[in-house]
Structure formats: C-alpha cells, structure tokens
Design a protein around this ligand. Sequence first.
Ligand code: 13P
Ligand code: SF4
Length: 359
Amino acid sequence: MQMPIVPSPRGVVKPKIFSTEEIEDEAKRLFEAIGQSSRWNMKICRSISPLTLEINELKAKKDVFLIAHSYQTPDIVYGVADSVSDSYTLSKAARDAPQKTILFSSVRFMAETAKIVSPHKTILHPSPDAGCSLSDGITSEDVVDLKKKYPGVPVACYINTTAAVKAECDVCVTSSNYLRICERLPGDKLIFVPDRFMGKHVQKHLEGKKEVIIFDGECEVHAEFTGEKVISWRNKMGSIGIDLQVLAHPECDVGVLEESDFVGSSELLMEEAMRLASVGSRDIMLITECGTAERVLAESEYEINLLGACVMCRHMKRTHLEDILQALREPRPEQIIEIDEMIIQDASKSLDEMFRLAE
Ligand code: 13P
Ligand code: SF4
C-alpha cells in the first residue's frame, strides 16, 4: 500500500533541551510503538523525541488528557495520545475523562463535539483551521430550510457537522451507529445531513420502510474511491490467486460499499483487519483514509499484506507535534473552543439522543 510521507518537525516551535540519553530512550520507545522501521526509522524518531518528551511532561504537569483521532499521524497517535479511536468513542472519552482540560488533536468539529459533551472543561484545539469538507459544506440555515420544507420529519445529522448544525438536528449519528439509529427514528420519513453517500446507504438499508431525504455533502477523501476501482483490484488480485478482503468506510459511495466485505468506522475497520489477519486472511484492502492503515501496521500482531492505495485527509494531517506543544504551553484564543451556551444546550440534546439510541 502506498503511504504518505513522514511529517518531520517544521522548526517553528523549539522544544526544550533534553539529554542524549533521554532522547535515545524516547526514540527507542517511539520506534517500537510506531512499528514501521523503514519510514519511521531511528533518525526520524530521534528528531521528534524532544517534542514528544516535552509534550508528555506538560500533559502531566497541567493534567491534560490528550485525545487523537485515528487519522492523526503515528508520532501523535503513539507518541503523545492518551486515547485514540473513532469519533463515537472519542466523544465518549472526552465526556468521561476526569481531567478538566482536554487537548483534541483532530479536525475542528471533533473538538467542538468534545466541548458540547463536556461544557465545563477547557477544550484545546491546536489547529483551528483544520476543517472537514462535510462539516464545512452545510450551515444551520440549510437545516432550518429543510425542516420548513418537511415539517415534523426527524433530522439525523452525521457527527461531522458544526455545533450550530447539530443544534438544529434531532439526533447525531456516527459511522459506527448510523444505520441502527436511523432505523430507530419514529415515522416513515427522515432527513439525513450532510453526507449524501451515507444518506444513500441509509436509504438502501431502509428501502420499503422509510423515505430518506438526503443533503448533498460529501467527504473529499472517501469520494475518491469508486466501485469500479474495487472491482478492478479484486479481479487483478484474483487472477494471481489472491482472495482480497475489502474493508470500506461508510463515507464511500454505495457502489464501493456493495463491493466490500465489511463496512465500518475507522476503529471497526482496524479491528476487522486485525481479526482477519489473526485467522489467516492477510490480503486486505482498506478503502479509507491512510491513518487506519498506519494503525493496522503498528498494532497487528500478525503480518498483513495491505493492498491498494489509501487517500490522505489534508485537514486531519494539519496538526503537527509542534502545534500540540505550542497549544499546551500557551494556547492562542482561537485554540480554546468557545461555543454559545444556547447552541451547546441544543446541540447536546442531539448528542444525548445519539448516546441513548446507540447503546
Ligand atoms: P470515524 O468516526 O469512523 O472515525 O470517522 C470520522 C471521519 O471523519 C472519517 O472520515
Ligand atoms: Fe472530513 Fe473526510 Fe477528512 Fe474525515 S476524512 S475529516 S470526513 S474530509
């Protein structure tokens, strides 16, 4: 599988000076935890060690819980994060963490979600301009217009939305529970925003039971994959005797999902890839962002032959260790999540409803 290049320090934020022994020990820890010796070699690990050492020192000193989404780079995931997972699990981790300060290494909507579920905590977001094509593609006015057009119809919104959009919806969903929750909504119609691919998947799943009104958003990363490409990979591999297992994220087109053996969130895809490897099925194609493949390579006990090419999310990869260090030392105002109290109140209803229906 073709993987993205390793992000090296930009030299914008200077870490503290550590001893040669401290750097060597930390580099060894990183090298082993990341587990990709050719790309994340000892030289690279040494160069990032001062950053991870100071970040971990500051986290302990300031009692900060550091959450990172699976799509963050391995230096963040294995170097400094306390919790790494998909958006559903991470919103619960933010809600349940006893620490008063959370640093969320990911895109803006995830840090906003952490603030909604734990409004009394300080939520730090190191990269305020890390957006998402789904959350940036819909406004609260769009939802208000849909509600006017279809009065009384429940609105389900994917978690990849701003707090203001969540405040206008009845329930939030994530990639690990969207089918289950939509199935459980009352009535024979529902509005699904903003992901048109996921909306179509819901529509197909509920065919004959519910009509689904779909908004027109898409994830710029998962929109890159097509069913034709999957078929062509399967055929290519089949011709040399390889029985390819295809695992896809539900932000992909229905054509991709229909050609896949398994559909699930970033965390579920990783778990399934590792389960398949443990039963001897080691030729796997992950149709999703590259971070999931990086986690599989680092965490699988078994050798896995990852085939195909992943796509990298430029928004998710905006955060570097240096941004985290700077935000921990002294956050700029825009790195502290602030949301209007009324919006928090309304948006938390849609997230509470998600927790209720998902469990
Ligand atoms: P997950 O909840 O599956 O981690 O998805 C979040 C996301 O943005 C995927 O592109
Ligand atoms: Fe948004 Fe897609 Fe990036 Fe996820 S991968 S953050 S949905 S643009």
